[in-house]
Design a protein around this ligand. Sequence first.
Ligand SMILES: [Ca+2]
Ligand SMILES: [Ca+2]
Ligand SMILES: [Ca+2]
Length: 273
Amino acid sequence: MNETYKKKLLTALTVAALLPALAATQVFAAGAVTSSLKKGVLRLNGDINANSISIVPGNSGASFEVTPNAGTTLDGGAVPIIYTGVTRDVRIDLDEGDNTVVLTNLSINRNLFITTGGGADNVSLDNVVSGATTKIDLGNGDNILDVFDGFVKRGKIRGGQGIDTFMFDFSAGGTGFTGRIDAREGDDSITITNLGGQNTILVKGSHGNDTISLSNVTADKLVVNGGKNDDLVTIGSLTIGRKAIIQGAANTDTLVDNGGHSGVAAVIKGFEL
Ligand SMILES: [Ca+2]
Ligand SMILES: [Ca+2]
Ligand SMILES: [Ca+2]
């Protein structure tokens, strides 16, 4: 290797090493969310820092107003942006960090996807209706998910390795939740209450000492599986249309049955206490 080539190579290597750092400081400021709206799909992408956004309806149909909360910027600014013509999906990916997503009174024509990655995330859907699939992946960390009212047609809800707290409360209205909920590893808590409608619901505690509570729940089909470790399952006032299986699964599980059920009797198995 001659001296000139060596010099060129060293310069190239130094520039290559510095580029990611430069890009990180210039493009991804702390708590930056960037957006795009193409073919009716609104995308909101966060960074590795904590991102906090709130979404409410805009001023017309298929229109949404996104507010970057304190510490977060949206397309470089600190002011809300109204997106018009969101005729298909809302796709939110906030990456790592302790992220917050608050959706209120939204009617989404097709899919709602929310991914919040590692970190302790807080996701809230208050009176949100989606026309197709609602996929929420909270990743690792001790996450909190609140689903109040609204209608989730095809839900795919997952936690991660942390201690997740999921609350589904339809006491103020809304027509239901259909889909599957898996809290995955960690000592998770899943509560479903005041749910009506012709729902098909699968609840999985998976690994960890999970607490699962279902009260005043109407479902066509309901399957509850505590998964591994010592789970506590509480049921009360279930109204089952076709089929229900409540299963403690492996290890020492406890069932608290508060009664008041109607419809088809649930098959209860795998409880030691
Ligand atoms: Ca983030
Ligand atoms: Ca997370
Ligand atoms: Ca978990």
